[in-house]
Design a protein around this ligand. Structure first.
Ligand code: HEC
Ligand code: HEC
Ligand code: HEC
Ligand code: HEC
Length: 181
C-alpha cells in the first residue's frame, strides 16, 4: 500500500469515528430532574410561586390518586391488580413514566405525579440561570411551552375516567403566571 493510500484510509477512519461519535452525542436526550430542581427559582414571590401553585393542583397528586379506593375500583374493571404499578395507569399519572431509565436523574421521583417536566420538557439542560433567562436558548435546550395538543396527550378518552377537556378553562384552572411589574 502506498503512503498516500494509507493516509487516506487513516483520514476516512478518523472522520467516520467523529461522525458516529457525534451522532451518538446529539442523539442523547436530556434527563428529567424533578420539580424539586425547579423549586429554588420558581417558588419566590417575584417568580410567581409556580412550585406552590403546582403542588396545590391535582397534577401533583396524580400518583397518589392511583393508591386510592376509587383507582382500585377503576383498575379492577380493567383486570389490573395494582394501578400504582401498572404502566396502563402510570403513563398518564406520572411524568415521563415511559422514558428510559437513563433519562431519569436521581432526583426524579414518580411520587411527584404529573410535574413541571411533563409539560415543560426534561430540565437537565435548560434549568441553569443563563439558559432560563434566554427563551430561545431554553427552547433549544429542551424547554417546552405547552399547547392544547400536549395536554391532550393525557386528557383524552383513553383515560378510564375521561371528562371532556376544554383547554381554555383547564389552562385557567392550573395557571401559574410570572407576575408583571
Ligand atoms: C437557576 C434558577 C432557575 C431554575 C433552577 C429553573 N428556572 Fe425556569 N426560569 C428562571 C428564570 C429567572 C425565568 C424567567 C426568565 C425571564 O423571563 O427572563 C425562568 C423561566 C421559566 C419558564 C418560562 C419561559 C418563557 O420563556 O416563558 C419556564 C416554563 C420555566 N422557567 C420552567 C422551569 C422548569 C420546569 C424548571 C425545572 C426543571 C426550571 N424552570 C428551573 C429560573 C430558573
Ligand atoms: C402526563 C399527563 C398529563 C398532561 C400532559 C396534562 N395532564 Fe392534566 N391531569 C392529568 C391527570 C392524571 C389528572 C388527574 C389528577 C388526579 O386527580 O389525580 C389531571 C388533572 C387536570 C386538571 C384537574 C381537573 C380534572 O379534570 O380533574 C386540570 C384542570 C388539568 N389536568 C389541566 C391540564 C392542562 C391545561 C394541561 C396542558 C397544559 C394538562 N392538564 C396536561 C394528566 C395530565
Ligand atoms: C390517557 C391518560 C390516562 C390513563 C391511561 C389513565 N388516566 Fe386516570 N386520569 C387521567 C386524566 C386526564 C384524569 C383527569 C380527569 C379525566 O379526564 O379523566 C384522570 C383522573 C383519574 C382519577 C380521578 C377521577 C376522579 O375525578 O375522581 C382516577 C381515580 C384515575 N384517573 C384512575 C386511573 C387508573 C386506575 C388508571 C389505569 C387503569 C388510569 N387512571 C389511567 C388520565 C389517564
Ligand atoms: C399540566 C401542565 C403544566 C405543569 C405540570 C406545569 N406547567 Fe408551567 N405552564 C404550563 C402552561 C400551559 C403555561 C403557559 C404557556 C404559555 O403561556 O405559552 C405554563 C407557563 C409557565 C411559566 C411561564 C409563566 C409566564 O407568565 O410566562 C413558568 C415560569 C412555568 N410554567 C413554570 C412551571 C414550573 C416551575 C412548574 C412545576 C413546579 C410548572 N410550570 C408546571 C403548563 C404546565
Amino acid at each position: 500500500m502506498s503512503l498516500n493510500k494509507l493516509l487516506i484510509l487513516v483520514i476516512v477512519a478518523a472522520v467516520s469515528a467523529l461522525l458516529i461519535g457525534g451522532a451518538a452525542f446529539s442523539g442523547e436526550k436530556p434527563s428529567y430532574v424533578g420539580a424539586v430542581k425547579c423549586k429554588p427559582c420558581h417558588n419566590t414571590t417575584k417568580s410567581g410561586k409556580q412550585y406552590s401553585i403546582w403542588a396545590g393542583n391535582p397534577h401533583a397528586k396524580a400518583y397518589e390518586t392511583l393508591l386510592s379506593d376509587h383507582s382500585q375500583k377503576v383498575a379492577k374493571e380493567m383486570d389490573i391488580a395494582d394501578p400504582a404499578k401498572s404502566e396502563t395507569c402510570l403513563k398518564c399519572h406520572v411524568t415521563a413514566y415511559s422514558a428510559p431509565a437513563e433519562q431519569k436523574a436521581e432526583t426524579y421521583k414518580m411520587e411527584e405525579g404529573v410535574s413541571c417536566e411533563a409539560c415543560h420538557g426534561p430540565g437537565e439542560l435548560y434549568k441553569t440561570m443563563k439558559v432560563m433567562k434566554n427563551r430561545e436558548l431554553a427552547l433549544e435546550n429542551g424547554m417546552i411551552l405547552p399547547d392544547e395538543a400536549l395536554c391532550k396527550g393525557c386528557h383524552n378518552p383513553e383515560s378510564p375516567t375521561y371528562k371532556e377537556f376544554k383547554f381554555a378553562e383547564a389552562a385557567e384552572q392550573i395557571a401559574h403566571p410570572t407576575p408583571t411589574e
